[in-house]
Design a protein around this ligand. Structure first.
Ligand SMILES: Nc1ncnc2c1ncn2[C@@H]1O[C@H](COP(=O)(O)OP(=O)(O)OP(=O)(O)O)[C@@H](O)[C@H]1O
Length: 274
């Protein structure tokens, strides 16, 4: 671990683990504040694309900070063996832990999606696509404010460039990503729509036994609202999901447009769209 980091921060217990990063709680004696520190072990990055993307995360987080719904970055330490990123400390439970098998009230789901879309709209205004929107990357601070995290797969599209490359996570990835075509920032709106569907029903819209089966279901993009799961869900919420989980990206809402949908504007209280 970087000596410079250890001279400024006291690393405490491990609070999370991803594919490459281990997250520790840490204390900064100078400011008397607690933070989270993500330490990425460079030796685990055997893939050349992963190595190239290593510095994207702190770079994009610095560009996007501060925003009330984006995890704030405070410091970066880089040496031969590791990259350490000092971050705002959040609660240990992510949206994934809150979502499993527990449908949310529409008002609660609307509040979460509203804040997620505000984070995404901010990223898109600054030309950054997150590309891995999923419940595990949605954290909450001690005041229960939503914080979008993990910009390790983010990409710049700001000068009108389209993006390529298969990134994302099976249940949440947009079909155009899997097709290997060029795509744009609306992949983040698709993934957010999938999260909304899971919050309201407790199950993902596209599923299968294996990653391959899930990919095939995503590519078919046959969006259904089985009455067993959606009997009490409003038509306004279904209308928004249809417009976010829309196979054709040119017809899919942007994050800004989704924020203006009646169901979001009414805080999940609108039952019909007029
Ligand atoms: N700032 C934070 N405060 C509290 N917990 C955090 C924080 N950042 C990350 N975590 C915890 O650590 C876990 C892994 O973090 P993160 O997703 O950033 O790692 P990663 O290596 O990029 O993961 P991935 O495998 O998705 O690439 C999160 O799901 C969360 O539980």
């Amino acid at each position: 671990m970087c000596e410079q980091l250890k001279s400024q921060y006291q690393l405490c217990e491990e609070i999370g683990r991803g594919r490459f990063g281990t997250i520790f709680r840490c204390f900064h004696p100078l400011s008397n504040q607690l933070f989270a520190c993500k330490v990425i072990d460079k030796r685990l990055l055997t893939d050349s694309i992963d190595r190239q993307c290593l510095h994207n995360e702190p770079k994009y987080m610095a560009l996007l900070s501060p925003h009330p719904n984006i995890l704030q970055i405070f410091d970066v330490f880089d040496d031969d063996h590791s990259l350490s990123i000092v971050l705002h400390l959040c609660q240990p439970l992510t949206l994934l832990d809150r979502i499993i098998n527990r449908p949310f009230l529409e008002t609660h789901a609307a509040s979460i999606i509203n804040h997620l879309l505000q984070a995404i709209a901010h990223c898109h205004r600054l030309g950054v696509a997150h590309r891995d929107i999923k419940p595990d990357n949605i954290l909450f601070d001690s005041g229960n404010n939503l914080k979008l995290a993990d910009f390790g797969s983010a990409e710049w599209f700001g000068d009108g460039r389209s993006m390529t490359g298969v990134v994302g996570t099976p249940h949440y990835v947009a079909p155009e990503v899997l097709l290997g075509r060029d795509y744009n920032e609306k992949v983040d709106v698709w993934s957010s729509g999938v999260i909304l569907y899971i919050m309201l029903s407790g199950t993902p819209p596209f599923y299968g036994e294996s990653a391959q089966d899930i990919f095939e279901a995503v590519l078919r993009a046959n969006l259904r609202f089985p009455s067993r799961l959606f009997r009490s869900v409003s038509s306004a919420a279904k209308d928004l999901m249809r417009k976010m989980i829309c196979r054709d990206p040119s017809r899919r809402l942007s994050a800004e447009q989704a924020l203006r949908h009646p169901w979001i504007l009414s805080g999940g209280e609108a039952s019909d769209v007029s």
